[in-house]
Design a protein around this ligand. Structure first.
Ligand code: ZN
Ligand code: ZN
Length: 245
């Protein structure tokens, strides 16, 4: 039987330099449950060290955590990769680190804390996570999809780091599984401004960098159960699964 599930597929943790320090794993889980979410995606900028701890913090709780990452392309466009398994995410992480130059300056960009499910600091990521990789949009989406993940263009309507805001179009040679619009936008507006996107799956996410922002925009998905496989079917409108915005 199909049921409607509340999804926020783009949430940062305290590993992202621009996110609040109180975005640690256990707080992400309790904040998401408080907003009645069923599925969340954890997507830090070019990094993923906190994802396993969010999964641990959500054990035995009615909340599905999708392992994710928000990669910055060399065109300065943000792409979300969501995966079924942590192993797939870690493989993606290796690719991203190979092509991510620079070292973080905490005083300028902020702290990049790795925090476990018991709220203990495990360490700090030293890489320049706020920077852009040397990977093209096409290379990023293909790498995600080769690892059986879904590639989502993040906050497409936003002028900074959004696909349509930055490039003004979806390149012919790049295939996205879904386009994400920000909490300020609505799908009908995007579809009327960009009629060529009529066939694209559109979702809404919060892009939360603070606890209060979790769930400020969500996607309702009609699924059999709250899982990555079911969500992937919904992105393609297969077997009755679908996105209800
Ligand atoms: Zn972004
Ligand atoms: Zn983001």
């Amino acid at each position: 039987m199909l049921k409607e599930f509340r999804c926020d597929l783009h949430i940062h943790s305290c590993l992202s330099p621009c996110a609040d320090l109180d975005m640690y794993p256990s707080a992400l889980v309790s904040g998401s449950l408080a907003r009645g979410l069923d599925i969340i995606g954890i997507c830090d900028h070019n990094a993923s060290e906190n994802v396993r701890y969010v999964i641990n913090a959500a054990k035995k709780k009615p909340l599905t955590i999708l392992p994710g990452i928000e990669v910055t392309s060399r065109e300065e466009v943000h792409v979300i990769g969501l995966f079924e398994e942590l192993e797939n995410l870690f493989e993606m992480q290796e690719i991203v680190y190979k092509f991510l130059p620079g070292v973080n300056d905490e005083k300028i960009f902020g702290c990049q804390a790795i925090v476990n499910e018991k709220d203990e600091v495990e360490g700090f990521n030293e890489k320049l996570l706020i920077g852009a990789t040397n990977l093209s949009l096409r290379e990023i989406t293909e790498a995600i999809q080769n690892l059986k993940g879904v590639a989502i263009a993040a906050h497409v309507d936003r002028e900074s780091f959004g696909l349509l805001g930055q490039l003004g179009f979806v390149p012919d040679d790049v295939h996205f599984d879904a386009l994400e619009i920000s909490f300020r936008s609505d799908a009908n507006k995007i579809r009327s401004e960009f009629p060529e996107l009529a066939d694209q799956c559109i979702i809404r996410s919060s892009d939360a960098h603070g606890i209060a922002e979790i769930g400020r925009a969500i996607t309702i998905a009609k699924l059999c159960e709250p899982s990555f496989a079911e969500l992937k079917l919904a992105f393609k409108s297969r077997n009755g699964r679908r996105i209800v915005l």
